[in-house]
Design a protein around this ligand. Structure first.
Ligand SMILES: [Zn+2]
Length: 240
């Protein structure tokens, strides 16, 4: 009994995962120090702090006022964690971040109890990028989010019909042009009785969310808002 316990503990030490950000031992997915720094990026008050509508980011005439809900600010360790998720082959971070976002939603989410039923639709990647990366980070986040909130997910509610350039070097106008017409409704949206909650890893200028929402609205769906792990905040209006 004692020996098996020792062996088990011994094995656990050697199998303990290392933190993807600093390679130190991590009891959870991130080490204690990185997790503390991650929490520094979380919004202190998500209701008044950063919810916004997309009305100032209209990509087309068929626009929607979508509310934005996010876990934290796109900076520091949160930015590093999302980079690891997307470019460091760390798929497990997606599910974990989705669970964090789901817990945040359960406390601070804007449409919790008597709102119309929601269905979560992740922003899709183009097939080409999906094959390169091996997973869609937004779908992993949505999966974790739905596990915690109990909301249903339509993983293929949207498909990306056009490959788009990487957005981080583009300004707001170029982003709109880049993603316009990039999305179409997918095979897993069967009913229009639920409002759609879009899910992405990062919300920047809203051009991706607006293009995705436009495809759904054109097909007769209601889109309630966009939820993302991180939201970029710009100091200058010309960036937004
Ligand atoms: Zn660490």
């Amino acid at each position: 009994m004692a020996l098996s316990k020792i062996l088990r503990q011994f094995t656990q030490v050697f199998l303990a995962a290392s933190c993807p950000l600093c390679q130190r031992n991590a009891a959870q997915i991130l080490c204690t120090d990185c997790y503390r720094q991650l929490l520094d990026c979380r919004w202190p008050n998500p209701i008044s702090g950063h919810t916004a509508t997309l009305s100032s980011h209209r990509a087309s005439t068929n626009h929607a006022n979508l509310s934005v809900f996010s876990w934290g600010q796109y900076r520091g360790v949160l930015k590093q964690t999302l980079a690891k998720l997307k470019y460091g082959n760390q798929a497990e971070l997606g599910l974990w971040l989705g669970c964090q976002l789901g817990q945040h939603w359960r406390t601070h989410g804007p449409y919790n109890s008597h709102h119309q039923p929601l269905i979560v639709v992740p922003i899709p990647l183009h097939d080409h990028r999906l094959r390169q990366r091996g997973y869609n980070q937004a779908a992993l986040i949505a999966q974790g989010f739905c596990r915690v909130t109990g909301l249903p997910m339509a993983k293929h509610g949207l498909i990306r019909i056009r490959s788009t350039d990487t957005m981080y070097t583009l300004g707001a106008k170029e982003r709109q042009a880049n993603v316009a017409g990039a999305f179409q409704t997918g095979p897993s949206l069967k009913t229009r009785t639920r409002s759609i909650l879009l899910m992405d890893d990062i919300y920047t200028t809203g051009s991706t969310a607006q293009a995705a929402a436009s495809a759904l609205i054109d097909a007769g769906y209601k889109v309630q808002g966009i939820t993302a792990v991180a939201q970029a905040v710009f100091s200058s209006p010309r960036d937004g």
